[in-house]
Design a protein around this ligand. Structure first.
Ligand SMILES: [Zn+2]
Length: 380
């Protein structure tokens, strides 16, 4: 598929969340020739040197039109490859293809391994793993009089709201009766909690957020939790008891820690779900070939991959036939098209995105390892 006109140039000028990158559309783009240059870089001297070396090696391997495209793709992206980081930027991803007039630049606030790849499509696997590690989440600090809501998006922290109730906890002598004071206080807290829920709903709706962590001292967390509409309640990772008056860095640190634990738990559950499905004969596939066939027929609901998995193979650049672990024939046996060497995992990941499957990376799992590092829960 060719990139659409409005998808040709995307140049972000400040660090963005990895979740803001449209991987689905990126995964739909490919060409028959190796015309897409992908660069992951940390923008320091050693990363600059490494990228330079990789580019020169790639230049030696290709020739003719491909070489010319590579040179011009580098030229087109040069000012974004060899430059200093923006404020808050830790790394960036660049996709460039001169012949397609295609240039995407994504500054990030998280770290990546430097790499440079020339392929038939933008190389998305490292980005996929980042997205698995850094899904967006919300942290809500709440006590009986204050609430802070933070959205943490790929380590970019945004404080989105800060609410306060204005009634003091203890009422001074004279003035209101205790009963009237208590009633006002209760109403004020209810109103306050309503506002917190409203803020949360506004911020979270429509975003692909992993979860909400609610923390703070005392009972306010629970009252808030009970106020939450069902769809928000389902997103709550945990209610966590903390001291009062937590600092922002503390709130975010706790949030990061818990959301990472949550991600590990979730990926373990996915691996377990796969094992159960295989054992019970529920719709499932394992091993790269079975998974590929299931993806080709759009049957995959969830693709589960060992994080450090790499499977050598080849793809036919014309009919997209993917074969595992074999030396590529010069011409595709199905259609006679040209073949090229690929990491099958990358191709399967792209297929998953194109067919709307969920993707889960698992750090360590014996069962998954025993079935070739890749499996899928199927729709039918
Ligand atoms: Zn073919």
């Amino acid at each position: 598929m060719q990139p659409e006109e409005n998808f040709l140039k995307i140049i972000e000028r400040r660090p963005i969340s990895v979740m803001d990158i449209d991987v689905k559309t990126l995964a739909s783009i490919y060409d028959e020739r190796d015309v897409y240059l992908t660069i992951y870089t940390t923008l320091n001297d050693s990363s600059h040197r490494y990228i330079k070396k990789r580019l020169s090696i790639m230049g030696d391997v290709v020739d003719g039109e491909l070489k010319e495209n590579l040179m011009k793709s580098v030229e087109m992206a040069e000012e974004y490859i060899f430059c200093n980081p923006l404020p808050g930027e830790r790394s960036r991803i660049i996709f460039s293809s001169y012949v397609k007039g295609f240039l995407h630049v994504y500054p990030l606030a998280v770290d990546v391994e430097p790499m440079a790849v020339l392929d038939t499509s933008p190389y998305l696997l490292p980005l996929a793993k980042l997205r698995d590690d850094y899904e967006d989440y919300a942290v809500l600090y709440v006590d009986s009089s204050t609430a802070y809501l933070y959205m943490v998006r790929s380590d970019i922290v945004e404080k989105v709201s800060h609410l306060k109730t204005y009634l003091k906890n203890r009422h001074k002598k004279g003035g209101m009766s205790q009963m009237r004071f208590n009633r006002l206080r209760r109403e004020s807290i209810e109103h306050f909690l309503d506002k917190v829920v409203e803020d949360l709903r506004r911020e979270v709706s429509g975003t692909d957020i992993r979860g909400i962590l609610i923390l703070g001292p005392g009972e306010a967390k629970k009252s808030l939790y009970e106020e939450l509409p069902k769809e928000l309640r389902g997103k709550v990772i945990e209610l966590l008891d903390t001291e009062s008056d937590l600092k922002e860095v503390e709130i975010v640190r706790i949030g990061d820690e818990r959301s990472l634990e949550d991600e590990v738990e979730r990926s373990m559950r996915s691996a377990e779900e796969l094992r159960e499905a295989v054992l019970k004969g529920a719709p499932s596939a394992y091993g790269p070939e079975e998974v590929r066939d299931a993806l080709n027929t759009s049957r995959v609901r969830k693709l589960i991959i060992l994080k450090d998995l790499s499977i050598p193979g080849w793809i036919c650049e014309r009919c997209q036939r993917i074969e595992v672990g074999k030396k590529p024939p010069e011409r595709c046996p199905s259609c006679g098209g040209l073949t090229s060497i690929v990491d099958v995992v990358e191709e399967l990941y792209e297929l998953a995105l194109r067919t709307g499957a969920e993707v889960e990376f698992v750090l360590e799992n014996d069962f998954l390892k025993s079935v070739g590092g890749i499996g899928a829960i199927l729709r039918y």
